[in-house]
Every structure is written in structure tokens, then in C-alpha cells.
Design a protein around this ligand. Structure first.
Ligand code: TEU
Length: 536
């Protein structure tokens, strides 16, 4: 029996990357007061939950995913008073805050790690310190490149870091580490946060026999324990686990919206198409098959997350659509229609709602530790132009340029010098213009959120691809209590024909990305629309 909390099924999450949201102090970095100042904007869009990527005290070598103190707000973002104000003002507008829990690792600036380095055995056991023999028998490569073991000479030990060397992995097999984590989560729950996004949560249990860094034997046991110790004791919390390695079986265990174990999880199969993350081309047939697999696979048990991009992924239009000026708007709206009418919880990554796009990068402008590491190694053996092209298409910095609020200096983001370049497109792509133009991408998102809230079918319907073999369009049909919803989406820049469209007599077009829906079985470039056919 599917036991889904109804109240969570129509929620839409908006992801805020605070560093790049809105600066009110002139230090070039976004802050909590900047978010407070834009709550009306977010309320206008209609989102329910605001997921903030980490705002805790951090040296920010990985932009906050390297936490030095889980109980403090980083001074670049403001104070705890600012945070409390954000919580209460958001709540007044009917929006909840989700905190990002990074519990697989801490910054090497964390007091625990400093004590460990100073020789304190208790804190060495918080992390994964191992001797030479163990390390030689267990080679691990860091996700950000290079060896994941770092040698500490005066201890004659190595510590594990699956990410940057300033992000030391915690040892979840140590009871005290888990207790500390739950204590910290309860601190934020008591303040009134509505839930959490869990960073790389599938990595908390490792399989040492095979040197696998995720999906270890204790994974689900620890999550159960965590849920019982924390968010299960609160009403209507929303939780999402980031799980790069989850297959359908794991996914069903993780997510049910009934709070066993998470409300939902992030899986990434639809964002990975090549041998490594830097591969660029998208295979539409594969993309459709992946969505079909997850939509069907999670329909009875489980609950999907619906997203194209986040702070680790390139901009949706540039990756899945067409960011050339003549197609950008229609393609952005088309992508939104395609995704938001599926089953699951949709996420809008800041700036997506106005159709922000990627940009070309040069080495001096890059901020992301992953991109920099990659670039420096890749240029040794590959053509620099090729490497820069991959960075333009895939680098995480693409998502991290500030929101373009208007066409004034620095796109209205800061009075100071922005911590990362502003995307040059701000003169034509910005919130001010988007709000003034009733035909903009923003209003398509707003409308889709409204549709989700009022149509039971969107929350509960079955999912079937239409013409799964077509390499030109991505279309599907959903059905609930006899009602049908057809969603058609041309994924090319050409006019195409679709025979299935001819049988939609009596249907009502509920949303479209062209002002007038075309007739006669033809779809214009990137045309997308949805038709509802009521039960007789
Ligand atoms: O991401 C997990 C993660 O594995 C990504 O770093 C991903 O592998 C990478 O972007 C793909 O190349 C989470 C956070 O979302 C990310 O921002 C952090 O850097 C990472 O964890 C470490 O905390």
C-alpha cells in the first residue's frame, strides 16, 4: 500500500544558492537578507519549499560543502538573527526552509578535525584515519580528481577525503558521529526548518572489501535510525537524499513520502550520458527511456524528484534545450512543460524560471574546485579549446553565476565586486523583464505550479511514453480515473509531424509554449503543450 502524505504531493521546491542569490552588503556575495528581500518574488512564483545550499560557517573551498561549524551561520551570509527572521517571514508567506545537511564529511577546519590532527584519538575516530598498509590495500580516487587518501606526517596516518582534500570523510560507523549529526539536525528542526536535503547520503556506509564508497551494508539502517532520532518526530517534514548511485530497488527503500526513509531522492541517470561527467551530447532515446524507467518504476512505491539542473549541473536550457536567442524562450517553456507534468516533486533551480543559460569560461574566471582540477589535468593531454568547450557545456560554475535581477550594473545582484562573473546575457535575460512580460518563461513555471496543485492526475496518474522510438519528440500520456493528459514536446529546431496528435478530439489544451496551439499533427520548433481529455 502506498502511504503518501497527501500534503507533500503537490509541493514545489525552489533551490537557492545563497552565494549567488542577492547581495545586500556589497561584499559581492549573496546573503540571508538578500533572500528575505526576494520572498515576495518567490511567493509570486508559487513555490512551497526553499532549499538553501549550505550557509554554515565554512572556508568555502567547496562553496559551503566544507562545513567548519554546523551551528553557526557563515558571516558572509549574515547572522543567526537574520536566519530566524528568514524562517519566520518565509513561514508567514506559506514557505518552508530546507537546510542542506553535509554529514559525509566536514571541513578540515572543523574543530573535530583539528583535534584529530593534534593527536586526540577520540576525534581521529570521528574520521577515516588509516595506516599505510590499509591505504595500499584500499586505493580510492577522489571525485574531484587525484588520490582520496592524504598523508599526515606527524601522525604517520592517512585520512580519507572523497572530495577536496579539505573535506575529510566522517566515519558513520562510529556511534558518536551519528549522535552528533542527529543532535545538530534537531537543533535546526527546533528552530522551525521544514526539512532537509542530504548531501551524498549514499556515501555514509562504505564497502571496504571492494573499495566502494557508497551503498554500504549499513546505509538504510543508519538512515532509519537518523529519521527516528530527528525528522520523524516532527509534522509534515520534507526530506530529499542526494543519491548518485541509487538504482530502483534502493530508491524504493529510500522514498515514499510517508517519511520512510526520505520523502524523495535525487537520482542522476538522466544527467549522465557519456563515459564521464564531461561528456556533452544527449541521446534523446536514452533520455526518454530513463524517464520512463523512473516514472513507471516509482509509481506504486516511491516518489521521484523532478529536476534538470542544480548547483552541480549546467543550465537546463543549454543542456537539454536550445539556448540560441531565437529558441531560448520557447525551448525553456517546453522543457518546463515536459518535466512538471510528470509524477514527483519538481525543483526549480534559481534562475531557471527566467531561462538563464551557460557561458564560455576561461581559466582565470573559473571558481569551482572541480572544474579547476579537471582543467589543469586535462590540458596536459588534450587540446585546450576542447577542454574549454567541455567546461562551457558542463562546468558547475555555469549554474553558479548570480541571478540576473535586472539590466543594471552587475545585473542588480551586488553593489560590490561579484565573487564570480556575471553572465553577460543579463541585458536580455533578467527577472525584471520576465515579470513585465506576461508571455515569459516565468509565467509558464507559475502556471505549471498552479496546474500541479489543482489536478489530481498530475499527482497520481500513470505514465506511458508516446512513440518511445521517435528521435524528434518526447511525448507521454498520463491517466487517472479515466481522465487522460497528453504531453507533446518537439525536441528539435524543425517542424515535425506526429500522428498521435490527431486523436485528441474533445480535449482541452491546458498549457502551451506557443500562443496558438498548432493544428493538424504538426509541431513547430520546440513546441510543447498538454491536452487533457476528461473521462466520459
Ligand atoms: O555533490 C555530490 C557529488 O558527487 C557532486 O560533486 C558531483 O559528483 C559532481 O558535481 C559531479 O561532477 C554534492 C554537492 O551537491 C556538491 O556541490 C559538493 O561539491 C559535493 O557533494 C561534496 O559535498
Amino acid at each position: 500500500m502506498k502511504n503518501i502524505k497527501k500534503s507533500l504531493k503537490d509541493k514545489v521546491v525552489y533551490q537557492i544558492y545563497p552565494m549567488s542569490f542577492m547581495d545586500t552588503t556589497g561584499n559581492g556575495m549573496g546573503d540571508i537578507n538578500g533572500i528575505i528581500g526576494k520572498l515576495d518574488y518567490l511567493e509570486g512564483l508559487g513555490v512551497d519549499l526553499l532549499w538553501l545550499t549550505p550557509i554554515y560557517n565554512s572556508p568555502k573551498n567547496d562553496n559551503g560543502y566544507d562545513i567548519a561549524d554546523y551551528y553557526q551561520i557563515d558571516s558572509d551570509f549574515g547572522t543567526m538573527e537574520d536566519f530566524d527572521k528568514l524562517l519566520s517571514q518565509a513561514e508567514k508567506k506559506g514557505m518552508g526552509i530546507l537546510m542542506d545537511i553535509v554529514a559525509n564529511h566536514t571541513s578540515t577546519e572543523h574543530i573535530w578535525f583539528k583535534k584529530a590532527l593534534a593527536g586526540d584519538k577520540k576525534y581521529q575516530d570521528y574520521y577515516v584515519f588509516r595506516d599505510k598498509e590499509f591505504v595500499e590495500a584500499h586505493p580510492v580516487t577522489s571525485i574531484f580528481g587525484g588520490d582520496a587518501w592524504e598523508y599526515i606526517e606527524n601522525l604517520d596516518l592517512y585520512y580519507l577525503h572523497n572530495f577536496d582534500k579539505t573535506q575529510a570523510d566522517l566515519d558513520w560507523d562510529n556511534d558518536e558521529v551519528r549522535e552528533e549529526t542527529y543532535k545538530m539536525m534537531n537543533f535546526w528542526l527546533k528552530k522551525g526548518v521544514k526539512g532537509f536535503r542530504f548531501d551524498v547520503i549514499d556515501m555514509i556506509s562504505k564497502v571496504w572489501e571492494r573499495c566502494e564508497m557508497s551503498n554500504g551494508p549499513k546505509l538504510h539502517e543508519y538512515i532509519e535510525e537518523m529519521a527516528n532520532a530527528t525528522y520523524r518526530n516532527y509534522e509534515d517534514t520534507f526530506t530529499v537524499g542526494e543519491t548518485w548511485s541509487a538504482d530502483l530497488e534502493h530508491a524504493k527503500k529510500y522514498s515514499n513520502l510517508d517519511n520512510t526513509e526520505f520523502s524523495t531522492i535525487f537520482t542522476f541517470e538522466h544527467t549522465m550520458f557519456g563515459p564521464d561527467k564531461w561528456s556533452t551530447s544527449i541521446d534523446l532515446l536514452k533520455l526518454k527511456a530513463i524517464f520512463e524507467k523512473w516514472q513507471k518504476g516509482m509509481h506504486k512505491e516511491g516518489w521521484n524528484s523532478l529536476f534538470y539542473n542544480n548547483h552541480d549541473l549546467p543550465r537546463a536550457i543549454s543542456r537539454f534545450g536550445d539556448d540560441r536567442e531565437e529558441f531560448r524562450e520557447v525551448s525553456g517553456k517546453g522543457l518546463a512543460i515536459l518535466l512538471h507534468l510528470m509524477e514527483g516533486t519538481p525543483y526549480i533551480y534559481q534562475g531557471e524560471e527566467i531561462g538563464m543559460i551557460n557561458r564560455p569560461w576561461i581559466r582565470e574566471e573559473m571558481q569551482d574546485v572541480e572544474a579547476i582540477n579537471y582543467f589543469d589535468v586535462a590540458v596536459e593531454t588534450e587540446d585546450e579549446k576542447e577542454v574549454l568547450n567541455k567546461i562551457k557545456n558542463i562546468s558547475r560554475d555555469n549554474a553558479r553565476t548570480p541571478i540576473q535581477w535586472d539590466d543594471s550594473r552587475n545585473a542588480g545582484f551586488t553593489e560590490g565586486k561579484p565573487w564570480i562573473v556575471i553572465n553577460e546575457s543579463y541585458k536580455t535575460i533578467n527577472v525584471k523583464d520576465a515579470l513585465e512580460d506576461k508571455n515569459s518563461i516565468f509565467y509558464t513555471y507559475k502556471e505549471l505550479i498552479k496546474i500541479r496543485k489543482k489536478m489530481e492526475l498530475v499527482k497520481n496518474g500513470t505514465f506511458d511514453l508516446i512513440d518511445g522510438k521517435s528521435k524528434e519528440h518526447f511525448s507521454y500520456m498520463r491517466e487517472y480515473k479515466g481522465e487522460k493528459l497528453y504531453v507533446f514536446s518537439n525536441m528539435t529546431d524543425k517542424e515535425i509531424e506526429i500522428s498521435e496528435m490527431k486523436d485528441l478530439k474533445g480535449g482541452e489544451v491546458i498549457i502551451s509554449n506557443y500562443n496558438e496551439v498548432c493544428k493538424g499533427g504538426k509541431l513547430r520548433p520546440y513546441e510543447a503543450f498538454a491536452v487533457s481529455v476528461k473521462a466520459n
